[in-house]
Design a protein around this ligand. Structure first.
Ligand SMILES: [Fe+2]
Ligand SMILES: [Fe+2]
Length: 269
């Protein structure tokens, strides 16, 4: 009925060069270990810790689709680059005049298609976005019925907004993965209606850091309040991700396994 079970790997926000290197190295290993046929990564912090560029994405060849978030336009050149990159999805609930696309679907090499939708929250986010609930409702009407696996990256700050989205999409999509806080939450689950969800997947970034940035720099900013450069931590990278298993023929999730692995370039996982 549900057909074969397929596995999809999703990385939380990839931060800087250290994050890119870790993803490049660990993706083939995780593909093999968890038999993952498709890989998605949130790359909004992949270029120097803020934004994306074509060259930063090229350094992660094992990733099938990249998503973004509130930092999507931090690198000026990306405005020109994004329409030339087929596998990048930026938040859908932004102005239609912005370049790029908010969702698309992609062939899974072992069978079926995978739709990826990127949405941004409105609560405690600095950029104004359209209502993510209305936006995703419209997108779901446009996705062809033949596309069974639907992955939503909900890039948002407030746990309440992310839980509300998971509830709203329950039974309508395969998975709702929260990103943006860079801290993995302990609530990975699959609902009775076959939707997997986690409030935040976490990040691929420096373990001894504050959201991938130097603890000293961030602390100084909080204490003194002066604008200052927040150095990206490029070593001791923690790889936060989830492995989603789903039925190919129905798109229903069957399990969601959170991973949080310290990356050691000299060791296989
Ligand atoms: Fe981020
Ligand atoms: Fe973000």
């Amino acid at each position: 009925m549900g057909g074969p079970i397929l596995n999809l790997l999703f990385f939380g926000d990839v931060v800087g060069k250290g994050g890119r290197r870790a993803v490049a190295s660990i993706t083939p290993q995780l593909r093999q270990k968890y038999n993952c046929q498709f890989v998605v990564a949130n790359a909004e912090n992949s270029a120097c810790g803020a934004g994306l560029t074509q060259s930063s994405l090229k350094e992660m060849p094992g990733v099938d689709v990249f998503t973004a978030g509130d930092h999507v336009w931090d690198r000026k050149e990306f405005e020109q680059e994004i329409n030339g990159i087929k596998n990048v999805i930026r938040p859908a609930n932004l102005s239609k005049k912005q370049p790029g696309k908010g969702w698309d679907y992609f062939r899974n090499p072992v069978g079926g298609d995978v739709a990826v939708i990127s949405l941004m929250g409105k609560v405690f986010m600095k950029d104004s976005a359209y209502c993510p609930f209305e936006t995703v409702e419209e997108i779901l009407k446009e996705i062809p019925i033949t596309v069974k696996c639907i992955i939503v990256d909900f890039h948002a700050e407030a746990t309440s907004e992310k839980l509300a989205m998971a509830h709203f999409l329950d039974g309508k999509v395969t998975a709702v993965f929260g990103t943006h806080t860079h801290v993995q939450t302990a609530d990975a689950r699959v609902s009775a209606n076959g939707t997997a969800a986690i409030t935040d997947v976490g990040m691929v970034g420096g373990n001894n850091s504050i959201l991938g940035r130097s603890c000293e720099d961030v602390l100084r900013k909080f204490r003194i309040g002066m604008p200052c450069k927040l150095a990206v931590v490029e070593e001791d990278i923690r790889c936060d991700a989830v492995v989603l298993s789903y039925e190919m023929n129905t798109g229903k999730a069957v399990s969601l396994t959170p991973l949080s692995i310290m990356f050691d370039p000299d060791k296989e996982i």
